[in-house]
Design a protein around this ligand. Structure first.
Ligand code: GLV
Ligand code: MN
Ligand code: MN
Length: 405
C-alpha cells in the first residue's frame, strides 16, 4: 500500500470510502468481509506511518495509540469501520478518522501526552451481517461476548468469519487484548435533520435512545397458487402484512419520537405461483423512554401470538439500554465550543452508537456535526468538509484538556 498521510478529514474519508465502494454508488463493508479487511489494513498502516502503536484484539477491533507519560491512564476515542448495506462514507468512519487525525495533530504539536491517547476502529456496530450489533465495543468494554455460532445470510458463522479476518490482520499487526480506558469520546454525523434545520454546526449529545431489534419468523403452508382455495390457505406473507399493519398503527398511536422500522423482509420460497410458506422480517424500535419500548415489545408479542393459525417466532437479538452522557465531559465540550465563539445544540441521539456500550463501563461524551437533509444509512449521506474539519478541531481541544494536563 502507498503511504497516505493526510491531515484533511475529507480526503481521508474519501480514500477510506473506496473500500467496499459499489458500482451503483455507496459503500457496503460488512464486518470481516474482504473490503472490511482491506479498510482495516489501510487504517492501521496509516496509523503506523503517523508514529502510533498499532494492535488488534481478537474481535479485530483496531487500536492506535500514542503512549502517555502515565502510560496506564488511557483516554480513547473512535467509532466503527463497518457499514450498513449501501451506506454513505461518513457513518462510523468519521468518528474513527477524526480520532486518529486529532491525536496525530496533538502529538505533532505538543509531543508526548500525559495520558495514553488511543484511537479505536471498532470492528462492528451496525448489525448488518450477523444478528448482533456492537460486537466490537461489547468485547472491548468487557460487557458481552458474541456467540461464535450465529450465522450470516450465507450460513457463515461469526466465529469462522472472525477467525479468517484475524488470520490476515495478525500477519502484520500485534494481537493484543486492551485494558479499559478511563473515558471515551465519539464524534459522529448527526444522521438526522435538526442541526441543519437550526443552522448550527455542532451538537452536544445528552443521551442515546433505548433500542430493540427482533427477527420475526412466520411459518404458514407452502402450496399451489392456482388450486388452493382462498379459505384453505396459510399464506405467511399475507399474515405478516397484517401483523406489520397493526404494529404501524400502534406506532402512530404512540407518536414521535417513537420510531418503528421493518428494514429486512424475506419471502420463501419466492415464486409468483407459490403461496408463501415462510416469511422472515426485522423489527427495529426506539424511544428515549425504556417503558415505551418495553410496552411495544409486549404489543408485538401479543399480536404475534394472536396469529393462531401460524407458528410465529419473535427472536430479540438486541436490547440496548438508554445511555446518559457524562456531565463533566459534556460541559467541557460546551465550554470549548463557546470559547471559540460558536453555538451548539444539546440533543439526544435516536441512532445507536458504540458510545452507549462504552458508557456501561466508563464516562463518555459525543459530538455531532450536521448531515445534509438529515440523510444517513444511504449513499446520499453528506457532511460538508468545513463541518467535518470543525468537529475534529473540537475533539482535539477536548483530548488536549483530558490528555495533556
Ligand atoms: C446504528 O447506526 C443505528 O442503527 O442506530
Ligand atoms: Mn454509526
Ligand atoms: Mn449506522
Amino acid at each position: 500500500m502507498k503511504q497516505v498521510i493526510s491531515q484533511d478529514i475529507n480526503e481521508y474519508l474519501t480514500h477510506l470510502g473506496q473500500f467496499g465502494q459499489l458500482e451503483a454508488g455507496g459503500v457496503t463493508r460488512f464486518v470481516y468481509d474482504a473490503a472490511w479487511i482491506a479498510a482495516m489494513n489501510f487504517v492501521l498502516q496509516d496509523a503506523k506511518f503517523r508514529g502510533m502503536n498499532v494492535a488488534v484484539d481478537k474481535y479485530g477491533n483496531g487500536f492506535m495509540s500514542y503512549p502517555g507519560i502515565n502510560a496506564t491512564q488511557i483516554v480513547a476515542a473512535g467509532s466503527h469501520l463497518d457499514t450498513v448495506n449501501k451506506a454513505g462514507i461518513y457513518d462510523g468512519s468519521y468518528g474513527m478518522a477524526a480520532a486518529i487525525l486529532a491525536m496525530s495533530d496533538l502529538f505533532r504539536q505538543y509531543g508526548q501526552p500525559q495520558k495514553t491517547m488511543t484511537a479505536v476502529a471498532f470492528s462492528e456496530e451496525e448489525g448488518s451481517r450477523f444478528p448482533v450489533s456492537f460486537s466490537g465495543s461489547k468485547h472491548y468494554s468487557k460487557t458481552k461476548e458474541t456467540d461464535p455460532l450465529i450465522k450470516d445470510c450465507n450460513g457463515i458463522t461469526f466465529g469462522s468469519a472472525r477467525h479468517l479476518a484475524l488470520q490476515q490482520l495478525t500477519t502484520k499487526y500485534l494481537l493484543e487484548e486492551q485494558p479499559l480506558p478511563s473515558e471515551f469520546f465519539e464524534l459522529h454525523i448527526e444522521q438526522g435533520p435538526i442541526l441543519e434545520e437550526k443552522g448550527l454546526q455542532l451538537g452536544v449529545v445528552s443521551s442515546i435512545c433505548e433500542q430493540k431489534r427482533f427477527t420475526v419468523t412466520l411459518h404458514g403452508q407452502t402450496n399451489h397458487a392456482g388450486t388452493t382455495p382462498q379459505h384453505l390457505r396459510k399464506d405467511a406473507l399475507k399474515a405478516a402484512v397484517r401483523l406489520i399493519y397493526r404494529l404501524e398503527k400502534q406506532a402512530q398511536c404512540l407518536g414521535e419520537p417513537f420510531v418503528f422500522t421493518v428494514g429486512e423482509f424475506v419471502v420463501s420460497p419466492g415464486s409468483s405461483n407459490v403461496i408463501p410458506g415462510l416469511v422472515r422480517f426485522s423489527v427495529d424500535i426506539r424511544h428515549p423512554d425504556k417503558k415505551i419500548v418495553d410496552g411495544f415489545e409486549d404489543f408485538l408479542r401479543t399480536c404475534a401470538a394472536a396469529l393462531s393459525a401460524f407458528t410465529v417466532e419473535v427472536y430479540k437479538w438486541m436490547d440496548s439500554l438508554p445511555a446518559k452522557m457524562d456531565k463533566r465531559l459534556v460541559k467541557q465540550f460546551q465550554k470549548i465550543i463557546t470559547a471559540r465563539g460558536l453555538d451548539y445544540l444539546n440533543l439526544p441521539s435516536g441512532a445507536g452508537h458504540d458510545t452507549q456500550i462504552m458508557n456501561l463501563k466508563v464516562p463518555t461524551a459525543m459530538l455531532f456535526v450536521p448531515s445534509k437533509a438529515g440523510i444517513s444509512h444511504a449513499p446520499a449521506e453528506f457532511t460538508s468538509p468545513k463541518d467535518l474539519a470543525l468537529g475534529v478541531e473540537i475533539l482535539k481541544d477536548q483530548l488536549y484538556e483530558e490528555c495533556y494536563h
